[in-house]
Design a protein around this ligand. Sequence first.
Ligand SMILES: Cc1ncc(COP(=O)(O)O)c(C=O)c1O
Length: 458
Amino acid sequence: MEFPRGSKSREELLRRLNEYASRDMEPLSGRMWGHTYALGAEDVAELGRTLYAQFMDKTMLDFTVYPSVIKMENDLIAMVSSLLHGDSNVVGNFTYGGTESIILAMKGAREWYHRSKTGTPEIVLPVTAHPAFRKAAEYLKMKVVQVKVDEKTFKVNVEDVKNKLNENTAAVIASAPNYPFGTMDDVEELSELALRKDIWLHVDACVGGFLLPFLKDETLPKFDFSLDGVTSMSADLHKYGYAPRGASIVLFRNSELREGTVFAASSWPGYPVVNTAILSTRSAGTLAASWGILQYLGREGYERLAKRVLKVRRRLTAGLGELGYEVLGNPVAGLMAFTSRKFDVSFLPNEMRKLNWFVQYQPGSRELKFPKSIHLTIAPGHDQVVEDFLRDLSGVKLPREEPVELPEADIIASLGIKEGELPEDPTLINRLMHEAPPDLVEAVLRMVVNRYIFKPSS
Ligand SMILES: Cc1ncc(COP(=O)(O)O)c(C=O)c1O
């Protein structure tokens, strides 16, 4: 596709984009069990869009330009800190997503480590921690030290954490909860360990930060700043905060710990650049929307929504059991995963897609001893469709587990990969990802995405 010479009409552009989106699923329809948080009502999304549009053209690049931006960010941090039991010393920043919050927290930990040490700083993380930490380690030249999780509970093995600590440890990670199974690490025990050993403990509450505090019907262990050993936390507004995409928060126990994350540059001829996030220019739209949605819903609104998530999770747990599936571990928030001991669940996403449902396949790994599973992210709006979902699921007949044979011919073509497009049926790839060692899967994914999927349109 060449850069256009003349102008195209608004209608033509809308038509073309609608054509592009013709195979997309509708994020707020409730048919998707992942990547979206449908509420089953329009008011929150509508408020978000209005506030987003109102502040869309203002940038967060230079906080001296728009006083409203600094005010909204400070209000937001104060609200979230109080929710997560931060005291008056807790500070934080608005970012564009969980990954950015996590990279900033790891940057803080790295700079803290380098105040007294020179070796390669290590991040000790459960194998279930989000890949954002691996990305942080890659960007920041830190070393990932992986810790086992219990094979039944999928919680981090604290003894293994203890074994992996050494003088190069810069941070220990706990998930509240983790993405693959929705199970929560024992943050209380890790907090005690962190205090005893004087180690930076980051709690990744990207998923749980705006859900766990509102789950009134559950007795949940502590996971936030109420535990003295918690150093930093990440909590995503664009997940269970129900804000538009591009909104997260990173919190630090005090401003000294945050210092290494602030970027300042004055040795150039332009204006002094000071950033509290990784990105520089970014629209203030998602900040304004988050600021508004938090107060529009308030604790009572979030509690009502959390109750609905919990009800759906309980219905799914019962329904999946009746269908012969096994829920993995003991999910505590709005995420869960299930598998089958007899049948091959790698066929499920495609079968459910034919019925207009999105469920996410998790290949697991033979080598790491994780089963293939199906991940579900539960949103409040799923209470309107959960019975339809279980009924459709009951009609899907899966083949039995059998070893997969590697295709002989051109491997890319046999996987159904075409340039600039995703394969129509990803089942074979799903199955292979379980069989192959994770290092190989990562290398192939990197190669395929780089060489085949993201290609300029011809
Ligand atoms: C537990 C957890 N942490 C971090 C992230 C990264 O968040 P984001 O996709 O907003 O960068 C996710 C995303 O799903 C997550 O589930």
